[in-house]
Design a protein around this ligand. Structure first.
Ligand code: RB5
Length: 155
């Protein structure tokens, strides 16, 4: 498995701990974030993570900023990305099982490193269930691709 990881200045330590944690499990990590605690604009890392995921260069992405919110918003602006911001592992697991999230995000100022590891594990180990969830994910992508949703207009 190969994952991309990105971060801003608020999440340098957490990024490096997660990176090491995953590399020790044999997961290849591409680091597109900053290693400086000087102010760094989170959209830059969010864009880089999203782009690599959308282009299929990696199996998924992890994006960390202070809250996880800004970087998840940036990731989600790249077509094809479904990034979720999670503060606990249940949502992270379900984001893959039901929403086929291809990027998981969290906040280094919000959660501790052990919760971050649990979130990453839950997301990596979960599998998309397809079926009725596939139809709903397709609707999300229809909104992205057309700025319309037939199901909403027909309802
Ligand atoms: C940086 O101060 C902070 O705004 C950023 O890390 C993140 O929390 C944004 O959503």
């Amino acid at each position: 498995m190969k994952l991309v990881i990105g971060n801003d200045h608020a999440a340098v330590d957490m990024k490096n701990e997660i990176k090491q944690y995953l590399e020790e499990k044999g997961i290849e990590i591409v680091d597109v974030g900053t290693n400086s605690t000087d102010s760094f604009n989170y959209p830059v890392s969010g864009y880089r993570v999203g782009k690599m995921v959308a282009e299929g260069k990696v199996d998924g992405g992890i994006a960390i900023c202070g809250t996880g919110v800004g970087i998840s918003l940036a990731c989600n602006k790249v077509d094809g990305v479904r990034a979720c911001c999670c503060s606990e592992p249940y949502s992270a697991e379900m984001s893959k099982r039901h929403n086929n999230a291809n990027v998981v995000c969290f906040g280094a100022r919000v959660i501790g490193i052990e919760t971050a590891k649990q979130i990453v594990d839950a997301w990596i180990n979960a599998k998309f269930e397809g079926g009725r969830h596939e139809n709903r994910v397709n609707m999300i992508m229809e909104i992205q691709d057309t700025q319309q949703l037939r199901a909403a207009e027909e309802a």
